[in-house]
Design a protein around this ligand. Structure first.
Ligand code: ADP
Length: 214
């Protein structure tokens, strides 16, 4: 089973992907995470990507696709995938179709998570992530055993360089500009399910499960 999660920045794609991964044994592929890894490797390409991420701008289709493809082939999972952050442009939809068809696979379900900009902004500005176990927190909603440290593994939490107001506005507006043709494409194929982002991650997850099971 291959699932695509489409949602504005900070709508909870990462959190929901983790829940889907745990429950259904799917492999989570986040282009944001893949790009952040390359961005920290000190290479020329890495530095270029780091700058784009910081500004909230998209990385070009070819670079993102190559990075995604090599990660997918490296993981060689037989249980299907959750695509989190890809496709983000209409061009990327056909890139993904071609890649999956080469592997004799296809997109089975597309989940579109809706959220208001104001709510998403609050989530982004409060978001901190554990660099070690990748747990995601929000300083406004979560409580911590030790301040600014992961409740699960104790590592010091980090803030993403693009979770500030200026970069968030660019990310959200870029997302909206690219969204319509992508949504229409999957709708025309009968694969699209729309769910609303709820305050509790478990409630959003239930809606996603209902959508997948059809
Ligand atoms: P968010 O959805 O909260 O913006 P992500 O972790 O999905 O966060 O992505 C972070 C950044 O990585 C994006 O703002 C963009 O710069 C880059 N990125 C991720 N996926 C893609 C993609 N498919 N195409 C182009 N750029 C991407």
């Amino acid at each position: 089973m291959n699932i695509i999660l489409i949602a504005p920045p900070a709508a909870g794609k990462g959190t929901q992907s983790k829940l889907l991964e745990e429950k259904y044994g799917l492999t989570h592929l986040s282009t944001g995470d893949i790009l952040r890894n390359i961005a920290s490797d000190g290479s020329e390409l890495g530095n270029h990507i780091a700058q784009l991420l910081k500004e909230g701008k998209l990385v070009d289709d070819k670079t993102v696709f190559k990075a995604l493809e090599s990660k997918l082939l490296e993981l060689n999972s037989h249980n299907g995938h959750i695509f989190d952050g890809f496709p983000r442009t209409i061009n990327q939809t056909s890139m993904l179709d071609e890649l999956l068809s080469k592997l004799n696979q296809k997109v089975d379900s597309v989940i579109y998570i809706e959220i208001e900009k104001e709510t998403a902004m609050k989530r982004a500005l409060g978001r901190t992530t554990c660099p070690s176990c990748k747990e995601i927190y929000n300083i406004y909603y979560d409580t911590f055993t030790i301040e600014n440290h992961c409740n699960k593994c104790n590592a010091e939490l980090e803030k993403r360089t693009d979770d500030n107001e200026e970069a968030f506005n660019i990310r959200f507006d870029t997302y909206l500009n690219n969204l319509k043709p992508i949504i229409e494409y999957y709708e025309s194929k009968g694969l699209l399910h729309t769910v609303k982002a709820q305050d509790k991650k478990e409630d959003t997850f239930s809606s996603i499960e209902e959508a997948i099971k059809g």
